[in-house]
Design a protein around this ligand. Structure first.
Ligand SMILES: NC(=O)c1ccc[n+]([C@@H]2O[C@H](COP(=O)([O-])OP(=O)(O)OC[C@H]3O[C@@H](n4cnc5c(N)ncnc54)[C@H](OP(=O)(O)O)[C@@H]3O)[C@@H](O)[C@H]2O)c1
Length: 255
């Protein structure tokens, strides 16, 4: 496990996992836990006993939970206020929530397509903007955003989720540049296929990883001050090559 303790901040750092039941989010929380106050923000916050125990066992100074529905964007500012009033300024915010959605359904069910994009793009934009505004004012803070290989060149087979990730990746790149020199750091994590609850029942794609591997790479990239990390690293050149695949072939690519 990487030691991601930040010696620049002797008081317990406040780490918040938005989507506190996410497999990758909890794995990352355990890697950022040492000496920190960790807040797991999730729907059904009273059902986080296993996640709390895992983060506590990883050495957190304290672990708290709070109710969080990403789709309720009108509540984002109030929730951050509540967290910061109770625990102090957020040092590291991990946006780990997301839905894959049902691509076949989303192709004809407009409400479902909009719901996927709302959670995976609109809610992320809302929360990132609110967090960045406060961190910029404080002159410090770290944001972790989960993009995906699905957003690199969007495939016909999962274009709803992929388009939200493409939008999120673009937004995060721009925000990262806007935050340059402010003391606030944004890390974009770009995993390939991750074998876990989000992809349950699907055949793993080549170069799959596990939530633990994604979290390990994210923690290392965060500690090194990187602005982006691909997990595994080999998908970066793969993504580059996909740009040159002709449309008629790309159209038939599986998800
Ligand atoms: N798994 C992959 O293959 C993969 C690949 C690339 C990128 N990613 C991205 O990595 C991030 C973490 O994914 P993961 O693998 O850890 O998936 P996961 O275990 O399924 O976690 C996703 C979490 O998002 C939460 N969530 C969904 N909608 C929410 C909402 N409206 N409000 C609050 N929480 C909500 C879910 O909460 P509930 O428990 O309440 O449903 C769930 O705990 C996601 O952004 C995902 O898109 C995943």
């Amino acid at each position: 496990m990487n030691d991601t303790t930040d010696t620049a901040h002797p008081v317990p750092r406040v780490v918040v996992i938005f989507g506190g039941r996410s497999e990758i989010g909890v794995e990352l929380a355990t890697r950022l836990a040492a000496g920190a106050t960790v807040v797991l923000a999730a729907r059904g916050a009273d059902r986080l006993a296993d996640e709390v125990a895992a983060v506590r066992a990883a050495g957190a100074a304290a672990v708290h939970t709070c109710e969080f529905d990403a789709d309720d964007v009108a509540e984002h500012a109030r929730l951050i206020d509540t967290i910061e009033t109770a625990h102090g300024p957020i040092d590291t915010a991990v946006l780990a929530f997301g839905v894959l959605g049902d691509q076949a359904r989303a192709e004809t069910d407009t409400a479902h397509a909009v719901a996927v994009v709302h959670t995976d793009y609109v809610a992320q934009v809302s929360l990132l903007t609110e967090l960045a505004r406060r961190m910029r004012a404080a002159g410090r803070g770290r944001l972790v955003v989960f993009s995906s290989i699905a957003g690199a060149r969007v495939r016909r087979a999962n274009y709803v989720y992929g388009s939200a990730k493409a939008g999120l990746d673009g937004f995060a790149c721009g925000l990262s540049d806007a935050l340059h020199g402010t003391g606030v750091h944004l890390l974009i994590v770009r995993p390939g296929f991750v074998i876990g609850q989000m992809t349950q029942g699907m055949d793993p794609a080549p170069f799959s990883s596990t939530p633990a591997q994604v979290a390990e790479a994210a923690a290392a990239a965060l500690a090194a001050g990187k602005s982006a990390v691909w997990v595994p690293w080999v998908i970066r050149p793969m993504i580059f090559v996909t740009r040159f695949v002709p449309g008629p072939i790309w159209r038939r690519m599986p998800r």
